[in-house]
Design a protein around this ligand. Structure first.
Ligand code: HEC
Ligand code: HEC
Ligand code: HEC
Ligand code: HEC
Length: 507
């Protein structure tokens, strides 16, 4: 081959080609370098602190002095004006909308009161207000343990640090009410020095540890979901935790896996039940909110999309990009939540969400009706003199069918996060509920009862509550007394304590 200079002498255009190729390459390299630098500037989060406080500072407004944009957007979780077809932060009384729930939870706190979740700003207020925590005044105790505070406040990591984890869970709910004052906030998810994402709840770390996973090694993108998994997960109170016997220790039932079947097996092996159903006497499980677990089975999770990508999108304001801390329904803000990845029109994306929800909720309603019937039929069988042995299989079926319904229903957002798995779980619930009712029909026939047991009149919340034998007047007046006499003393004690926290003004 001839040397290059000779080749160019023969074909001058070749020189121009090499020259242009070099220009393009240098330009592209320059662009790449500048984009890398830009990304790096984004990655290193720089700020000038106005105040200095400890990791366990629970007051969001103090952190907010250093991070006004994030704090202002966090405050918007107090806005309750938005309501989508099924969700959103508006106050929605679920028992009023769907009185069947009262029957499904008969004998358990949720049949007294259950509202759709609102923004993080309301976490403390809503827990004070719900009838489920009771009206503890003087000697009258709350029916709930302190463990219920665990997913409500940055006062939780503070107090756990002060007194220890097991000691935190110990005792009934009213005994630590004066300690837990600030709603879900900065210290729940952030390291105070670096502002890196941080896991503040031991239950999540412990659950991963038991299956040999160390989440301190989680990637940045995984952390953008794991901070939510501190609370939006299934859990139960385990009174047999080594070293904390007799204390309702917050535990995630993940040892066998995340699926409805795997958690059901976990609970069955422990013979654990949350309560005994008031009508059917079945040993029931209450699913809490396995939101993270179901999300991991969906398309978005498998493509690496995190909770924060949709619920905490980036916002640009005056040339500055920051993370919106207005955690709410993404349908309130489709352009930032979805359209950064999808090119479809807003209307189309909203329709995608509603279509999935409509289809799943249709089947879920059918399963609810079957469960109401099964509970009522089981009660009838007991009334006719059925024995424990004849009922055992039936009650196990009712337990499993309702667990699957609740696993799907309580995983807020699951019909969008993971429609196929959610639909599958509901289908298995329908099958099991029907099996229970077949067995019940045979048993009732043995007692010469061959007619359909009438469906109860539960057309409103109050009719359903009367049907399961709840005295709501008493519960409401106890709650009122608690809110008027106890809560103000809690607020006073908290203000007194917080006035002594060390906060240093720097500028
Ligand atoms: C791909 C986007 C996307 C991802 C990822 C995502 N969500 Fe959602 N989420 C939605 C949509 C859409 C809804 C339905 C909102 C509605 O119906 O108004 C929703 C609903 C919810 C709801 C119920 C909202 C309400 O108003 O009651 C909660 C809670 C929730 N998601 C939490 C999470 C958590 C926790 C994760 C991660 C484990 C997560 N989401 C991941 C898009 C997403
Ligand atoms: C539920 C968890 C959660 C809570 C509560 C929370 N944050 Fe964040 N925060 C995040 C996530 C997720 C990011 C994105 C982090 C990332 O990708 O590196 C973030 C990012 C930030 C950043 C980095 C800059 C930016 O905008 O991306 C700052 C500063 C910040 N948050 C401040 C706050 C303050 C102040 C509060 C309390 C008012 C708060 N955060 C409460 C989860 C939380
Ligand atoms: C410390 C516990 C905790 C953490 C951490 C947490 N949540 Fe929540 N979340 C709650 C509670 C409790 C509620 C219900 C508050 C109420 O109804 O008063 C809630 C409500 C919500 C809602 C309903 C809000 C609405 O407007 O309808 C969404 C959506 C949500 N959370 C998503 C997330 C996402 C996404 C993350 C992670 C970035 C997260 N949460 C982290 C406890 C938590
Ligand atoms: C960070 C990027 C990202 C965000 C944000 C995001 N998506 Fe997606 N979405 C994806 C990816 C990736 C897929 C999978 C597409 C594929 O592999 O072909 C997907 C798939 C989907 C699908 C089809 C799969 C299914 O579950 O049926 C729908 C519908 C969808 N997204 C709607 C939404 C909506 C609505 C939002 C906002 C609430 C949203 N997405 C937010 C990246 C995103």
């Amino acid at each position: 081959m001839k040397p290059l200079t000779e080749q160019i002498k023969q074909k001058p255009w070749l020189g121009w080609v090499i020259f242009l190729a070099t220009v393009v390459t240098v330009f592209a390299l320059g662009m790449l370098a500048s984009s890398i630098l830009e990304r790096r500037a984004e990655a290193v989060f720089a700020y000038t602190p106005q105040v200095k406080y400890s990791q366990f500072e629970p007051r969001n407004e103090i952190w907010g002095e250093n991070f006004p944009r994030q704090y202002q957007s966090y405050l918007q979780t107090s806005d309750t004006s938005f309501r989508s077809k099924y969700n959103g932060p508006a106050m929605i009384d679920m028992l009023e909308i769907d009185p069947r729930l009262v029957v499904l939870w008969a004998g358990y706190g949720f049949s007294k009161d259950y509202n759709q979740s609102r923004g993080h700003y309301y976490a403390i207020k809503d827990l004070w207000n719900t009838i489920r925590t009771g009206g503890p005044v003087d000697e009258r105790k709350s029916p709930m343990p302190n463990t219920c505070w665990a997913c409500k406040s940055p006062d939780v990591p503070r107090l756990m640090n002060d007194i220890g984890v097991a000691e935190f869970y110990k005792g009934t709910w009213e005994t630590k009410g004066h300690e837990i004052m600030n709603p879900i906030g900065c210290a729940d998810c952030h390291d105070a020095k670096t502002m890196n994402l941080r896991i503040s709840r031991p239950a999540l770390v412990e659950a991963f540890e038991r299956v040999g996973k160390d989440i301190s090694k989680a990637s940045h993108q995984e952390m953008r979901s794991l901070v939510c998994a501190q609370c939006h997960v299934e859990y139960y109170f385990n009174e047999n935790t080594t070293g904390a016997e007799g204390i309702p220790y917050l535990t995630l039932p993940w040892d066998n896996g995340f699926s409805a079947e795997e958690m059901e097996e976990y609970y069955d092996n422990l013979d654990f039940s949350d309560w005994t159903h008031a009508l059917s006497k079945a040993p029931m499980l209450k699913a809490q909110h396995p939101g993270y677990e179901l999300y991991t089975t969906g398309t978005h999770a498998s493509r690496g999309v995190s909770c924060a990508d949709c619920h905490m999108p980036y916002i640009s304001e005056g040339g500055q990009k920051y993370t919106s801390h207005h955690v709410t329904s993404p349908l309130k803000n489709v352009s930032n939540s979805c359209q950064v990845c999808h090119r479809q029109e807003t209307e189309r994306l909203v329709r995608d969400v509603y279509e999935r929800q409509d289809k799943i909720i249709g089947n879920r309603n059918k399963l609810e009706e079957l469960l109401v019937r099964a509970h009522v039929e089981a009660k009838t069988a007991w009334g006719l003199g059925a024995g424990e042995k004849q009922m055992r299989d039936i009650l196990t079926d009712i337990r499993h069918a309702q667990w699957r319904w609740d696993y799907a229903a309580a995983s807020h957002g699951a019909s969008f996060h993971s429609p196929v798995e959610t639909g599958r779980v509901i289908t298995t619930g329908i099958t099991i509920a029907q099996e229970a009712r077949l067995k019940l029909a045979r048993l009732l026939a043995d007692f010469d009862l061959n007619e359909e047991i009438p469906y109860p009149d539960i057309s409103t919340k109050s009719k359903a509550q009367a049907f399961v034998g709840l005295d709501m007047n008493k519960l409401n007046s106890e709650k009122k007394e608690f809110l008027e006499t106890v809560v103000p003393t809690w607020v006073e004690q908290a203000m007194e304590r917080e006035s002594n926290y060390p906060v240093e003004t720097l500028n």
